[in-house]
Design a protein around this ligand. Structure first.
Ligand code: DX5
Ligand code: ZN
Length: 221
């Protein structure tokens, strides 16, 4: 199970986003996590399609686009054409359209993922698991960076990892929210292998922060 870091640009300095992408790239972070918020699914607003398109010119890394929006199926084409490599939709936002949404993401040659909030069980993910590249288990309530991790979510990560291994599926488990050098090894031990980090990457020396998180991933919990 290969571990990857996905710095969330929600915590980046937007006055020099291109330069910040260069810095995380230099430090070896594999993904760029882009949080898209609509003020409806979550009580906050952030980036949209033009930002993904613009940033595409600054980085060749994997763009991990996390859609925290209602009706995501309406926007898949736009995000795919803007340059997303992976698109994550929330099970709660898709409802009965979850399967169709995933098929649409696949149709654009983009890697599909499904996210669940801390209070959502893994059940809606299971019927579509064999179509997914990744499951995102939110470790905070989506909407804001800088929150404290909710450790009750670890039980879901364990359960999901067990199912993925049992079925021998090539599915990653991503965690998002409150990841720090102090808890990253514990989340890995629970079964996650893609780690989103906003505040802990962009607050201070980006290169050092990425290396610090990565060194903790090599240690036992
Ligand atoms: C929260 C976002 C996260 C957020 C994580 O809704 O999905 O990606 O940026 O930020 P930190 O790492 O600061 O908790
Ligand atoms: Zn996110």
């Amino acid at each position: 199970m290969e571990c990857k870091l996905a710095p969330s640009i929600l915590a980046a300095d937007v006055s020099c986003l291109g330069d910040q992408l260069w810095q995380i790239d230099e430090a070896g972070a594999e993904y760029v996590h882009i949080d898209v918020m609509d003020g409806v699914f979550v009580p906050n607003l952030s980036f949209g399609i033009p930002v993904v398109k613009g940033l595409r010119k600054c980085s060749d890394r994997f763009f991990d686009v996390h859609l925290m929006i209602v009706n995501p199926i309406e926007y898949i084409r736009d995000f795919a054409q803007a340059g997303a490599n992976g698109i994550t939709v929330h099970a709660e936002a898709c409802g009965e359209k979850l399967y169709d949404t995933i098929i649409q993401i696949l149709g654009y040659g983009v890697k599909p993922a499904v996210a669940i909030r801390p209070d959502t069980p893994i059940d809606p993910v299971l019927p579509v698991l064999d179509k997914l590249s990744m499951v995102l288990v939110m470790t905070v309530y989506p909407g804001y960076g800088g929150q404290k991790i909710i450790k009750d979510t670890f039980a879901k990560i364990r359960k999901l990892r067990g199912i993925i291994e049992e079925k021998e599926l090539p599915v990653d488990i991503e965690v998002d929210g409150g990841i720090t050098p102090e808890n990253i090894a514990e989340v890995k031990e629970a079964g996650a292998n893609i780690f989103v980090a906003g505040t802990q990457v962009f607050d201070g020396d980006i290169g050092k922060n990425v290396l610090g998180l990565r060194s903790k991933l090599k240690q036992e919990a």
